[in-house]
Design a protein around this ligand. Structure first.
Ligand code: ZN
Ligand code: ZN
Length: 388
């Protein structure tokens, strides 16, 4: 079965599941799903074997694809992947300077908190819940601007957003850009190998794909610019955004704690940039079924609610796959969700105009029935004679 056929079948299944009578909604959903159809550049090794199973490339194939994907000299339209890795690796410079000249344990602790909690939570707030899933809305663009630039800039929006829609549509099937069954390297190198926007989209489809980012405040390329640069954002504007953001934050950190603090925090950005690439593999159990009763209620894929990423960033990934469009993913009492606390606080002060909070629905449809079933099982176990 070809890639297009798989997507079309998935799209039809999704449409059938919704079973809506609203024609305009069906049309909009159809447009949206059609826009996902082959929006990402195809890796040279493809996604499927001849009999429709996931093709798992060798490490050699993965690295060859990766280095070819970084080669902007062969094709300028590969700039997003190159820019991502070049800017991520550039954080190695402040990291080295911090370790050699300014190392101290308090600064190490600051770097740890910044990368683990602040950058991680911001990733959830901005790239995941807002830019991709539109789980909430800002009351004014100024609050969007502040939220977007709340931390040192590390990720180019389109590299995250477009492919993440495909991840939800094709989870763990051929075509999922970070399919856990492809292995650790398959996921780790995915931003270059599987997440780039396709370079040959027709005008109407490009415009639909670009609209996935229209709410983020990024100036979208015209079709002619897309044909030249192969991307939704313009490279010069992206470069200017990164430079201004980095300059601003370096100055702020320097004023607070001198070069020591600034180098420590900028260095920690490089650690986070590499760490976040491992999340998609771990968040789906590394391909093993690690789902637990009473914790992981979504059984459609192998995603799990991991304690550490959940606690520090609000990424309760199994909950998230259950309610992908929510502004909240921490539902149970131990499931802290700093990203939700930020969104909730903005909502309370009027900076966010609407939020989608699926917690009540989760408790009603999943948790309460599970508790009731558990209590009934316990009762049956205690009274075996009566039961018989
Ligand atoms: Zn996932
Ligand atoms: Zn998601």
């Amino acid at each position: 079965m070809g890639w297009t056929t798989v997507l079309q079948r998935k799209s039809a299944q999704k449409l059938a599941r919704r079973n809506t009578s609203s024609r305009s909604f069906r049309e909009r959903l159809g447009d949206y799903l059609a826009s996902l159809n082959s929006v990402l550049a195809f890796p040279s090794y493809g996604y499927e074997t001849a009999d429709g199973k996931l093709f798992i490339p060798t490490q050699r194939q993965l690295f060859r694809e990766f280095f070819s994907g970084l080669n902007v000299f062969s094709d300028r339209r590969k700039w997003v992947g190159f820019f991502s890795w070049a800017s991520n690796l550039a954080f190695g410079i402040p990291l080295a300077l911090f370790l050699i000249y300014h190392f101290s344990f308090p600064l190490l602790l600051a770097a740890f908190v910044y990368s683990m909690i602040i950058l991680g939570t911001h990733g959830t707030i901005w790239y995941h819940r807002y830019s991709t899933h539109r789980g909430y809305r800002f009351a004014h663009p100024i609050f969007r601007f502040i939220t977007k630039n709340l931390v040192v800039k590390i990720i180019v929006e389109e590299a995250y957003v477009v492919s993440h829609h495909v991840h939800h549509l094709m989870s763990e099937q051929p075509g999922d850009p970070y399919n856990v069954h492809g292995g650790w390297w398959y996921c780790f190198l995915a931003d270059v190998n599987h997440q780039a926007v396709a370079k040959d989209l027709p005008r109407a489809q490009y415009e639909r794909v670009a609209q996935m980012l229209d709410h983020t405040g990024i100036r979208l390329n015209s079709y002619e610019q897309y044909q030249r640069w192969g991307s939704i954002a313009h490279p010069l504007r992206t470069l200017a955004h990164f430079a201004l953001n980095w300059g601003f934050w370096y100055a702020v950190f320097y004023l607070i704690g001198g070069h020591g603090l600034a180098l420590a925090l900028f260095g920690s950005c490089g650690i986070w940039a590499m760490g976040v690439r491992t999340f998609n593999y771990d968040g789906h159990g590394g391909g093993k079924d690690k789902r637990q009763d009473g914790i992981d209620f979504n059984r459609r894929d192998l995603s799990i609610n991991q304690l550490w990423p959940g606690l520090v960033t609000g990424e309760w990934h199994n909950n998230h796959h259950l309610y992908p469009n929510g502004a909240r993913a921490g539902f149970l009492s131990h499931q802290l969700d700093y990203a939700w606390y930020y969104i909730w606080a903005l909502w309370k002060v009027g900076a966010v105009s609407s939020v989608r909070d699926p917690k009540a629905e989760f408790l009603r449809n999943h948790y309460a029935p599970w508790l009731a079933k558990k209590a009934a099982d316990k009762q049956r176990a205690l009274t075996p004679l009566e039961a018989s």
